[in-house]
Design a protein around this ligand. Structure first.
Ligand SMILES: NC(=O)c1ccc[n+]([C@@H]2O[C@H](COP(=O)([O-])OP(=O)(O)OC[C@H]3O[C@@H](n4cnc5c(N)ncnc54)[C@H](O)[C@@H]3O)[C@@H](O)[C@H]2O)c1
Length: 271
């Protein structure tokens, strides 16, 4: 149900690939809550076409931008400000891709060129996005910047591979840029640490189906869905969370606080 929480606000949503994407759900919820948005993704993702349907449905323009390319990023923010009629109030970074995971290289046999590319796409792009906003003065006072992350930044999940370090870097950028943005522009920067979620990026991790069930059982509330994540994003874009910044916020049904859940032992054949 919509409550007009983002009435009059403008935003940019990165990373809607298909209707399973977390960013897809966030974009839909933002518009339901009264925001005007632009959508962006890598040119290669745009060629897959699904995002066009979302753009039409939400009356949102789609601006291609490879998140590793500075010119694309500048063009995205300049064009978005033109289309939306001024600076933005919120931005979602929902980008993740690991070359070593995709090409099934083990963590103990990493190819470093791929690792660098992974960091560039999945983490440095967050800094690049914020630096672009900073330089172009593209975000309003009391705006909100969000990135999506995973608890493998703090704890060991062996199959998450180099994405663990990527997420640690992403979360660190949120704190460091959060200082600058907070001090100079009253803008908040946070990351949401989301439960395992059935998406293209999520299901690319080895053993994802079994792990999804494990996390669901371990979490007192069960895994948080992409829809629930979208609701949480709305609250963080809204004016009800103005003083929350530089935080890594767990949205995981309680998983991050659990040590052991008897439910896992009772049903260990099914896990
Ligand atoms: N799915 C999960 O289990 C899970 C859990 C926690 C956090 N996350 C994070 O949520 C975010 C969104 O992922 P998702 O699960 O919705 O999967 P997804 O595959 O739908 O989204 C990933 C997006 O990254 C985009 N992308 C890849 N390379 C890019 C580039 N060079 N430039 C611009 N965009 C690029 C893809 O096109 C895609 O839209 C990611 O940061 C992911 O790590 C996912």
């Amino acid at each position: 149900m919509a409550h007009n929480l983002l009435a009059g606000k403008k935003g940019i949503i990165f990373g809607a690939l298909d209707d399973q994407s977390i960013a897809w759900k966030v974009a839909e919820r933002c518009v339901e809550e009264g925001a005007k948005i632009t959508l962006t993704n890598a040119p290669v993702a745009l060629r897959m076409g699904a995002i066009n349907a979302l753009g039409e449905k939400l009356n949102a323009e789609i601006i291609p931008a490879d998140a590793t390319n500075m010119e694309d990023m500048e063009n995205l923010f300049s064009k978005s400000m033109e289309i939306l009629g001024g600076k933005v109030d919120f931005v979602l970074h929902s980008i993740g891709m690991s070359l070593n995971v995709r090409k099934k290289r083990e963590y103990t046999n990493i190819k470093y060129e791929w690792m660098q590319k992974t960091f560039d796409i999945s983490a440095m792009s967050f800094h690049r996005m914020m630096q672009t906003m900073w330089k172009l003065d593209a975000i309003n006072d009391w705006g909100s910047v969000l990135g999506l992350t995973y608890i493998a930044a703090q704890r060991v999940f062996p199959d998450y591979n180099e994405m663990a370090e990527s997420k640690a870097l992403l979360e660190s950028y949120a704190r460091s840029f959060g200082y600058h943005f907070g001090t100079e522009k009253n803008v908040r920067v946070n990351t949401i640490s989301q439960s395992p979620t059935w998406t293209t990026a999520g299901s690319g991790v080895k053993g994802f189906d079994k792990f999804f069930g494990y996390a669901d059982k371990m979490s007192p509330l069960g895994n948080a869905s992409a829809d629930a994540c979208a609701d949480y994003c709305i609250s963080l874009f809204s004016d009800y969370t103005k003083m929350v910044t530089m935080q890594n916020l767990y949205h995981d049904g309680g998983f991050s606080q659990m040590g052991m859940n008897p439910a896992i032992l009772e049903n260990d054949d099914e896990v």
